[in-house]
Write a protein that binds this ligand. Structure first.
Ligand SMILES: Nc1ncnc2c1ncn2[C@@H]1O[C@H](COP(=O)(O)OP(=O)(O)O)[C@@H](O)[C@H]1O
Ligand SMILES: [Mg+2]
Length: 401
């Protein structure tokens, strides 16, 4: 096993456009790191440069303490784990796992030892004589991993291995991969465009946008302390609400009324003019079900629609955003390849709430969970840097400290 250090990696394809632009990511020995971002942000290119399938334009790729820029893929001792269909249908599970060893001309005794050891770890013992076509999706994925294990690879690399599966199977496979990675303790880099996959699988997650690293942090850090609007909008489902906000002293004027924030937060957002407030749906609550001792602010607003899901509910409250905010959110929408500009607030409510459509409801909000973004740069002005992992300078639009 080995650590992987990506140092100021740049990839320019023929037309000179940097598909990967000065990206530095350290993956510790045994760590599980996810590369996530919308389609075209450079995830696969970066992964292919780790494996050696793509030349590195600038920067250094260091694996196990050794610069590998000029090493061929087979000299790097890494295992790319492909989707199910990369298994040979006419070979047994045993021979599928043994395949890399046969290629390397290992003797039968070595093959047998290694295959049986991998099969024990992967709980495939009773399936060794079966053909891949007769296995479940999870079992097939384990066979694919078995192939990587027998090679004693220094690291596993996955490129969107679950993207072709239906939602239920994807969920099962996700937990399978997570369990196996922990059990094997092998350094892993995993590419996905799916933020749920990123959040549930990774020790740390690297969020990329157009070839630029935005933030490298644990799932909790990303969720609680996104460094900029892009990360805030990308991570979380249902997504964070974005609202126009003006800060005066410790008061924040939102479309629905004025709420109070802490002096520390207020200071960081002072004299900045019109800002974008980011508040996740679950930071809100029906004021009538909140313990009065809980700190927060309340406002009254007319609820347009309520979706009741039993354990929780979502209330939708329309609002208007001024052009400066709309513009930034439209840009964000293009960057995210998805929805960001919403003209309704999504408020999470406890399932016991009786707020109904058309009500003028009293809504409570935990303003300690509110972020304030600079609309010009997208920077999160109120981020708690001690709990945000690494926020890339390129992501904040600020010059290096
Ligand atoms: N072989 C190639 N030649 C030219 N441009 C490429 C090539 N492969 C990828 N790109 C471009 O590089 C960027 C990143 O692509 P890719 O790494 O595949 O993104 P992702 O995996 O995040 O969807 C895209 O703009 C893509 O069009
Ligand atoms: Mg890709």
């Amino acid at each position: 096993m080995a650590a992987i250090e990506m140092k100021n990696i740049v990839k320019r394809y023929g037309d000179g456009f940097p598909a990967v632009n000065d990206v530095s990511i350290d993956v510790a020995d045994g760590e599980f790191v996810i590369l996530v971002g919308p389609s075209g942000c450079g995830k696969s290119t970066l992964l292919r440069m780790i494996v050696g399938l793509e030349d590195i334009t600038e920067g250094e790729m260091v694996i196990g303490g050794k610069v590998v820029n000029d090493l061929a893929p087979r000299e790097r001792n890494l295992a790319m784990v492909f989707q199910n269909y990369a298994l040979y249908p006419h070979l047994s599970v045993y021979e599928n796992i043994a395949f890399p060893l046969r290629l390397a001309k290992a003797d039968d005794k070595t093959v047998d030892e290694k295959v049986r050891e991998a099969s024990r770890t992967l709980e495939l013992d009773e399936h060794l004589e079966r053909k891949p076509g007769n296995l479940s999706g999870g079992q097939r994925q384990r066979v694919a991993m078995g192939r990587a294990i027998v090679r004693d690879a220094d690291a596993f690399l996955f490129d969107e291995p679950l993207s072709n599966l239906d939602a239920k199977l994807r969920g099962q496979m996700r937990s399978e991969i997570s369990r196996l990675q922990k059990k094997l303790g092998i350094t892993t880099v995993y590419v996905t465009h799916d933020q749920t996959e990123a959040m549930t699988l990774g020790d740390r997650v690297a969020v990329l946008k157009r070839g630029l690293l935005q933030q490298l942090a644990t799932p909790r850090e990303l969720y609680g302390n996104p460094g900029n609007l892009f990360v805030a909008g990308f991570i979380g489902s249902p997504p964070m609400n974005f609202l126009p906000a003006t800060v005066t002293g410790t008061s924040v004027e939102l479309p629905f009324g004025t709420v109070e924030i802490s002096p520390e937060k207020a200071e960081r957002a002072a004299d900045k003019g019109l800002l974008i407030a980011g508040i996740r749906p679950e930071a809100f609550e029906d004021a009538s079900v909140v313990d009065p001792s809980r700190k927060g602010s309340t406002f009254r607003a007319t609820v347009d629609v309520v979706e009741w899901l039993g354990n929780e509910a979502y209330a939708y409250i329309p609002f208007e955003a001024p052009p400066e905010v709309r513009e930034q959110l439209e840009q964000l929408e293009r960057d995210l390849d998805g929805e960001a500009l919403r003209t309704q607030l999504v408020v999470g409510l406890d399932g016991s709430s009786t707020i109904a459509e058309g009500d003028e409801a009293e809504i409570w909000v935990d303003t300690s969970k509110m972020h304030l973004f600079d609309p010009a740069t997208g920077e999160n002005l109120t981020v708690d840097r001690a709990n945000a992992g690494e926020i890339s300078q390129a992501a904040t639009g600020r010059p290096a400290d």
